[in-house]
Design a protein. Sequence first.
Length: 569
Amino acid sequence: MGKILEIKDLSIIFGKSGDAKHAVQGMGLQLEKGEVLGIVGESGSGKSVTVMSILSLLHPSAIVHSGSIFFDPDGPGSIDLLKADEPSLRRFRGGIISIIFQEPMSALNPVRTCGQQVEEVLIEHKKCEGSMTRKVVCNWFEKTGLQNVERIFDSYPHELSGGQLQRVLIALALCCEPQIVIADEPTTALDVNVQKKILDLLKQLQKELHLSLIFISHDLGVIRYLCDRVLVMKDGKKIEENSCKHIFENPSHPYTKGLILSRPPLRKKLKQLPTVEDILKGCEENWFDDTNIVNSTEQDRKCSELQQLPRLIGIRNLNVRYPRNNGWFFQKKNWHYAVKDVSLDIFQGEVVGLVGESGSGKTSLGRAILGLAPVSSGEIYYRDQRLDGLSSREWRLLRKKLQIIFQDPYSALNPRRTILDSISQPLMIHHIVANRSAARQKASELMEMVGLSSLFLDRYPHQFSGGQRQRICIARALSLNPEFIACDESVSALDVSVQAQILNLLMDLKNKLGLSLLFITHDLSVVQYIADRIIVLNHGELVEEGKPYQIIGSPVKEYTQNLVQSVID
């Protein structure tokens, strides 16, 4: 059908000449009309920098060192977007080439309604005006599968769920009927059901509107499901490009093989995940044979052995609720029950996986155990000690035994404190070390334990990648020698290569230190690998419980069956 976009010899650097870093080097790609092109690679590989340069949306510190980006290179109206002036680029942005960003809460204006923000794009590109704009926006909301579109139009971003916001972003990107859409990790933080619905919607709209789509993701299952052709990037360079079928069935570069193999398989429980580094070293022969697979008999035996050990966490008839309104002027308070009458035990050394859709109560349950969410009724025990109802002072004494690793490593660390300060502060508070010198020594040992150099202790969080920050959060959680850690979506936003490293690290530390983990996730492939037992929540209720081979291989409840079927493997 012909090319609609061509990038030639693109090189982009950040920083001054003496300390310049090449984010993209000699990059070239072609996008055909009506094609879905997937771009994959680890964080820092140059994926987003490459596509953001198409519309000159790079950070001011970025310098385009060389290259050209031609729109419709074979047509009479061919234009080099890198040389286009600002008025021309404004015509392209949203009107001819649009972007679906990764994080809708930061991509949308929090003080304007969702409808107003889509109207603005239509008016800017003169697609409609006056009273017609509301009707057009609502039609696009309907096309993207939103319900009650009049309410959505008048809602602010904070009033909608993640799946609804992502649909609003899709409507915003498509309402001017562009020729090219760039989707930058648009489903990363969504649960499996919502993710599949969004991907199916993109597939459908791409065919209906004859769009050319560039889809950036570190989730290779998503790339395989959606794309016609795949381009693999590493260190700012293109290292492999081919049809999607060829890339997944016969990758030629070891790095591509590493990305594919390091993703946890859904139907097999491995003892250890391969990493990209393992594959690059040539260690790829025994990862998927019987020596590295945990069969159902071994899973049964492991669970039986764990349940003979002392109970570490006990939950009985737990309810967690939040007020829907404040009950002003004699109104009766309405409550939302995030957790409803849940009972479960977690044994010493056991990893319990907690899965379910967004809003199912997973995080509320994990936080309630740690005293971070309100318990309206029920009982929570750590060994034989009752946890619900403890005072702040009593909780402080227990904190060193019960820890949490949060989902977002970027907000979990204080940007004004060095890594040494972040790790040593709890050591000093709980009197585990006597002075700063001893704290530094302990922090050095913890950094080495999680695979980071102790030389990094005097750096600040912004100087680390997402995977490195998550390792630092793990080191901080381990600093107090806890017996129980709640991992709240702690690997959901990481590349498959870094994810494999973190999961292997957690398994090694669990076996070495005898930790018990509550692993909260929406990724069934991850929970298959790490969990000894899986708990399924739906609307706050425990709907199914079993070993990984039971929950994933032969789920009993319809809700669990739908979860498993929605996984894009």
